[in-house]
Design a protein around this ligand. Structure first.
Ligand SMILES: [Zn+2]
Length: 417
């Protein structure tokens, strides 16, 4: 039996409740907000306990002769391969154990991210709008923030994070850029304010929630296949060349595979939501940025083939402008190249679709920090990473305004998949 660590942010305990009275008592602790019951079985319950409350809860349980085991100690800092932890059955009562505001000094759960978006809208109502663009399989909102001065001549920029649940730094970066643009809008140059900015900091809210509560290393969404939650790799679920080379690691047809592509293109509500906004919002998107971790690179289409895409040179130049700005900010070197060359084959990715189908000329998948710590970037590096990427994005926004490119002035409104 592990001991409850006081310094852990939160933990999962298996509480043995043999008597009905014990069970009622544990549930009353949930009602009071001291713990979160996430799974009930015949003689035990799995509960989430906030790190700062472990002593208090331990005492309360001991007083009533209720024994418990610490199943997962500090679920926010699991290192190594994913642990087999039982999935909690989500109840509507389930609350997030932490309540703080976003400061980019730490990683925060979904409710804090969404509160941040809503607060920006309240504070800057003339330029900020928050909309729910979709609902996940577990019923969570996919929220989007748009920042715009409502000029009809604007082009648009897309930025999304955490399509892969465990890549938390991507959410930090997207919210940081949104915060910067909203707060300093009146002092920013034309190449920023002449664009409508669309931010989806958490594309995969179910997966994100899961990484904060159960399995830090979860990647996919929380879709069911039969009776089991296998999840779909959302970055294999987009419509251009979906399932191509499906027997390889490219995009698997096996639900248990980490790169499971889903039953059909856009089968998942998260990817369908992105498709609908991009194709039908009525704004010509010129830039599409999707943030991942942890390879420190800037990649562009194609992912499904090693052939260069028609805008290879423009994309390389734009990527290099970003990488240069990043280097000048922090000395960090982000590699630039087409996805297949610097990563691996993948099909059904968002960038192949956004470039090839939605015809967004400057489309990039950016892998953030860190090669050293992989998915577990130390929180002390969050702000440095956000600052370097903010400057990279600004440099790209300036670059595209100077650049003549294929499709730049074409308005693609209706486009099948
Ligand atoms: Zn990723």
């Amino acid at each position: 039996t592990k001991v409850a660590r006081k310094d852990a942010r939160f933990q999962i305990w298996e509480v043995k409740c043999l008597k009905e009275g014990q069970r009622i008592f544990v549930k009353s602790l949930d009602t009071k907000g001291a713990i979160n019951v996430c799974k009930e079985r015949h003689s035990a319950m799995d509960v989430i306990v906030e790190g700062t409350r472990t002593m208090q809860v331990e005492k309360l349980l001991r007083e009533r002769d209720i024994s418990f085991d610490v199943v997962t100690n500090d679920i926010t800092s699991l290192v190594g391969p994913p642990r087999r932890v039982r999935s909690p059955v989500l109840s509507p009562r389930m609350r997030s154990p932490i309540k703080k505001s976003l400061d980019w000094k730490d990683f925060y759960p979904l409710n804090v991210i969404y509160d941040f978006l809503d607060a920006l809208e309240r504070q800057y109502p003339s330029i900020c709008t928050v909309t729910v663009i979709g609902n996940t399989v577990e019923g969570r909102d996919v929220k989007m923030l748009k920042i715009s001065n409502s000029n009809a001549r604007n082009t648009a920029v897309w930025l999304d994070g955490t399509i892969h649940a465990r890549e938390w730094i991507s959410t930090s970066v997207v919210t940081y850029i949104a915060d910067h643009i909203a707060r300093s809008f009146n002092t920013l140059p034309d190449y920023i304010t002449n664009k409508d900015w669309f931010f989806v900091p958490v594309v995969n809210p179910d997966g994100y929630y899961h990484t904060h509560t159960v399995d830090r290393m979860w990647r996919k969404n929380r879709a069911r296949f039969g009776n089991t939650i296998t999840g779909v790799d959302l970055n294999r679920n987009f419509g251009l060349n979906w399932g191509r080379n499906g027997n390889t690691e490219c995009a698997s047809g096996d639900p248990n595979h980490l790169n499971y592509r889903g039953t059909e293109a856009f089968s998942e509500p998260e990817t369908a939501a992105i498709k609908d906004i991009i194709l039908y919002s009525g704004v010509p998107f010129k830039i599409f940025l999707t943030f991942h971790a942890y390879s420190e690179l800037i990649s562009f289409p194609w992912c499904y083939t090693s052939d260069p895409c028609p805008d290879y040179v423009n994309l390389l130049e734009g990527g290099t402008a970003m990488a240069k700005a990043i280097y000048e900010t922090s000395g960090r070197m982000y590699k630039v190249g087409n996805f297949k060359d610097i990563m691996y084959y993948a099909s059904g990715t968002s960038i192949d679709w956004s470039y090839g189908t939605a015809r967004i000329p400057f489309t990039y998948l950016i892998e953030l920090r860190s090669k050293k710590d992989r998915f577990l970037l130390p929180k002390e590096e969050i702000q440095d990473c956000c600052k370097e990427v903010l400057n990279g994005v600004k440099a790209l926004a300036e670059f595209v305004d100077k650049k003549k490119c294929r499709n730049c002035n074409v308005h693609f409104k209706k486009n099948p998949q």
